[in-house]
Design a protein around this ligand. Structure first.
Ligand SMILES: [Cu+2]
Length: 116
């Protein structure tokens, strides 16, 4: 009896967690931590939830600390993309900040490498 109550409570809290899952980064292109031969034309981030375009943004910084994102981020469902201007070889830093349709904000960052 007590055990079944505990299991039901666990199931209910799991369901609640799922309903309140925020938009986390599911995957990205270029991939997180990956190395690519030449500077990509854009960065595309795919999240675990749909995004609110007006309150979601991404910046990309190139190897010499300069901003290489060009123009506004484009949001389509659970994806956000931004065009890049070339920035040479080295480490690129991607910083994202999003508002998901469940009204929660999340943010994060990752790097990828260009060149050897
Ligand atoms: Cu949430």
């Amino acid at each position: 009896m007590r055990r079944s109550t505990l299991i039901i409570t666990l199931l209910l809290s799991l369901a609640a967690d799922k309903a309140h899952a925020h938009a986390f980064l599911d995957h990205a292109e270029p991939r997180v931590g990956n190395q690519v031969a030449s500077p990509p034309r854009e960065v595309t981030l795919t999240f675990t939830q749909k995004l609110e375009a007006a309150f979601s943004s991404v910046t990309v910084t190139g190897p010499s600390g300069q901003r290489v994102d060009a123009g506004k981020a484009r949001v389509n469902g659970n994806q956000m993309s931004v065009s890049l201007k070339g920035g040479g070889a080295g480490t690129y830093y991607v910083n994202w900040h999003v508002l998901s349709v469940d009204t929660h904000t999340t943010e994060g960052n990752y790097t990828f490498q260009v060149g050897q």
